[in-house]
Write a protein of this length. Structure first.
Length: 258
């Protein structure tokens, strides 16, 4: 959580910032922590910002097309998506994360205006979703979450959302199976002592969880927009990775609709 926050803050301080996440920088300035421990450098920071930018743009696109909707931002951490994405008064926005994370958000981040709720719960529990009205279309955004779930937990979460709402979109990132195997090569994962579980190689695995659930976009990390914002070393790294069959499918961003 601190690594990705710091990554967005680092990006915001660059002249060629992708995300312009000023709230992330303000939060970092308020935390007494040695952020060097996260292992985040400029290349990885811009990578974090590019991923967030794509998900922001997809969220904003859904809101434009469906202005009376519910946004579910799952495992929101210290992400400031609710401040980055413009959303009209007709939108209901729900941020969800563990109680300790919610307490930290209260200390570090401003409360947005509009119909906004910050819910203290694990996303794998049932009660928080039962309290969200199913009367509106929904866009569920979960960044940096799927790989920390087990396959059973991930499948159950997708089923619960798609069964509760008549229509909507899921916007999220996944690691492929090779990404799960190589997880200790990711400094932010290794330094945090975290463990990744669920790898998705084929979006059809998720499509099979609900009738009518289809993949609208499946972008490999090496094919994302804004990669030209990476430092030169990062651009070279991406070219090398994109030429290796197993590595180029390590990570994807998925947009799925039902």
């Amino acid at each position: 959580m601190l690594a990705t926050l710091y990554g967005r803050a680092l990006d915001s301080g660059r002249a060629a910032s992708v995300l312009h996440d000023v709230e992330a920088q303000r939060a970092v300035d308020r935390i007494d922590y040695d952020f060097a421990k996260t292992g985040m450098n400029t290349t990885s920071a811009v990578g974090v910002a590019i991923r967030a930018k794509v998900l922001d743009d997809w969220t904003a696109d859904f809101i434009r097309r469906t202005p009376s909707c519910t946004v579910l931002h799952l495992a929101c951490g210290l992400d400031t998506r609710v401040h980055r994405v413009r959303w009209p008064e007709t939108v209901r926005w729900v941020d969800v994360d563990m109680p300790d994370v919610v307490a930290l958000r209260h200390k570090l981040l401003p409360v947005p205006s509009g119909e906004y709720r910050l819910v203290a719960s694990s996303v794998t529990e049932d009660e928080w979703l039962d309290a969200v009205s199913p009367a509106r279309p929904v866009v569920a955004v979960f960044e940096g979450l799927s790989m920390y779930l087990t396959r059973a937990e991930g499948h159950a979460l997708v089923r619960r959302i798609t069964e509760r709402f008549d229509s909507g979109e899921l916007l999220f990132d996944v690691y492929g199976e090779w990404g799960i195997k190589m997880q200790k090569l990711v400094p932010a994962v290794r330094n945090a002592g975290a463990t990744l579980h669920w790898g998705v190689d084929d979006p059809r695995e998720i499509e099979a969880l609900h009738p009518g659930l289809t993949t609208v976009d499946a972008w490999r990390s090496v094919d994302l927009p804004h990669l030209d914002a990476l430092p030169r070393s990062g651009r070279i790294q991406m070219k090398i990775v994109s030429a290796l069959p197993k590595l180029r499918d390590v990570g994807k961003l998925l947009r799925m609709r039902w």
